[in-house]
Design a protein. Structure first.
Length: 135
């Protein structure tokens, strides 16, 4: 398991199409050391499907890849909407990664993120783009 944290900005292009930009970090640990991988990624969200690409930089353990590019595919699954502008969802994802180091190795990451969406401006001019509250 690789725990991490992420902050994502969404910008509506035209519902259901959104541009997103994320910054985050993952932590990898084993008996021989600890490494962190801060990263940035960007992409498009079409309804519940997110597709993107990014770059990360390994720090800490010398075995960590120093320069990594990756793709990203995730599927947002809504869990709970307590009110307008808030959404708890889980996102199973796949992130294929390739190191830009002389070794040029690749690795694949499968995971499940738990995310809380909090809109800074939840008011909309058209009701079709608002996140409805759960009954």
């Amino acid at each position: 398991a690789a725990p991490g944290a992420e902050l994502t900005y969404f910008h509506r292009i035209r519902a259901p199409l959104y541009f997103w930009l994320s910054a985050g970090a993952r932590l990898f640990a084993d008996a021989d050391g600890v490494a962190g991988v801060p990263y940035a990624e960007t992409g498009l969200s079409i309804a519940l499907l997110e597709i993107g690409a990014g770059y990360g930089r390994g720090i800490g353990d010398p075995r960590a890849p120093r320069d990594v590019v990756h793709g990203f595919v995730g599927l947002a699954v809504p869990v709970f909407t307590p009110g307008p502008g808030h959404l708890l969802y889980v996102e199973p994802y796949y992130r294929p990664c390739g190191a830009l180091t002389p070794e040029r190795f690749a690795f694949h990451e499968l995971g499940l993120m738990i995310k809380w969406l909090w809109m800074l401006r939840p008011a909309y001019t058209d009701a079709e783009n608002a996140i409805p509250a759960s009954p």
